[in-house]
Design a protein around this ligand. Structure first.
Ligand code: AHG
Ligand code: MN
Ligand code: MN
Length: 341
């Protein structure tokens, strides 16, 4: 619900405070987490904007400047988020796509009741070619009782998320999030360093124009997946052809489809028998956002938000986007094993 639109400029801070006021019993911890994430996003955005200058400004003399820089930005983004979030007393543990194990909160800081999971820089291999990249995050309430959070706090189904969001570092930087009351988007005004509400209560079209899939894997798909893609492309005569758009940065592909409608698919294939994308850092947060915007997200045969994770870095197939388009996948993949064997 968008609470206040009576003046034209609503900063993300103001929006978060006004949303919190709708919940008289809220402790303010979740709001604090979102504010800290917005700050981390600005720091990452400013670094990403300068990525192309690395040849001129830094790491000169290193053997693989492009590769190094890309790796550095992954790690920079990871460190920035960790340092923005470790001392607030609101989290009891974190997990990052860049780190193999759960990341404890340092002993000197208070522990809180939430867990943060994140993909610090999504699509980072695209940095060298000036293509949009992103950050994805997911917040769940802890379920264990001890001093520190544990893996059991992390391995909760996506429907337990209390907040999820992403940042897309595109032609502008946008911060999009949900706390289960709609999806709201904010655009960074670099001249004042603030995220301003630009896309209140985002809704995905019921069906859409865009099909986003890497069809270089066609030869490695299962037959049901091939049939599904033929349907989306209008090749079996049962629906109009969709337009194909694939950036190769999940956040950017998802963001475009959220606005324009359609489906993003990363099916199982012979090279990634359980899919490529990470359930906890990529699929679940975007699934919550998509459902909150009126869309759907499945792993092929199940609603993603109902899947019980078993490992931190678990991979999953992903079909996400407009409800009518995702429903076609659900129908055509029903009864399949949803694995490439
Ligand atoms: P990351 O950079 O966080 O490892 O994620 C890359 C992901 C995702 O952004 C994108 O959708 C996908 O990889 C593209 O994979 P393919 O190159 O196999 O299509
Ligand atoms: Mn990623
Ligand atoms: Mn990543």
């Amino acid at each position: 619900m968008v609470h206040n639109t009576d003046t034209s400029v609503v900063t993300i801070e103001r929006f978060i405070i006004e949303q919190e006021a709708l919940h008289p019993h809220a402790s303010g911890d979740l709001s604090g987490i979102l504010r800290d994430l917005a700050l981390a996003a600005k720091m990452i955005a400013s670094k990403v904007r300068r990525a192309g200058l690395v040849d001129i400004l830094g790491t000169a003399g290193s053997e693989n400047v492009q590769g190094e820089m890309q790796q550095k930005l992954d790690l920079f983004a990871h460190e920035t988020i960790f340092k923005a979030m470790d001392h607030g007393g609101r989290l009891c543990a974190m997990a990052s796509e860049e780190v193999e194990h759960l990341i404890p909160i340092p002993e000197q800081f208070k522990r809180g009741k939430y867990v943060l999971l994140f993909d610090p820089l999504d699509g980072s291999s695209n940095i060298d070619v000036n293509v949009p990249v992103g950050t994805i995050f997911s917040v769940v309430r802890r379920v264990t009782k001890g001093d520190h959070g544990t893996i059991d706090d992390m391995l909760q189904p996506g429907r337990k998320q209390v907040a999820a969001g992403y940042v897309v570092y595109g032609s502008s930087t946008m911060f999009v999030y949900t706390t289960g009351q709609g999806v709201h988007g904010f655009t960074l005004d670099p001249s004042i360093g603030e995220f301003l509400l630009s896309h209140p209560d985002m809704k995905i079209p019921a069906h859409g124009r865009y099909l986003s899939v890497n069809d270089a894997y066609e030869q490695h798909w299962t037959e049901p997946v091939r049939a599904l893609m033929r349907r989306y492309r209008g090749l079996d005569g049962k629906r109009d052809a969709m337009n194909v758009r694939y950036i190769g940065s999940l956040v950017a592909d998802f963001h475009r489809n959220l606005l324009g409608g359609g489906v993003f698919a990363y099916p199982v294939n012979a090279k990634s028998p359980s899919g490529k994308l990470r359930l906890l850092y990529e699929c679940n947060p975007l699934a919550l956002i998509c459902e909150q915007a009126g869309g759907a997200a499945i792993d092929g045969v199940h609603r993603l938000l109902d899947v019980k994770p078993t490992e931190l870095h678990q991979r999953s197939p992903l079909y996400i986007g407009s409800k009518a388009d995702v429903d076609i996948a659900l129908q055509m993949l029903a009864g399949t094993t949803n694995r490439h064997t």
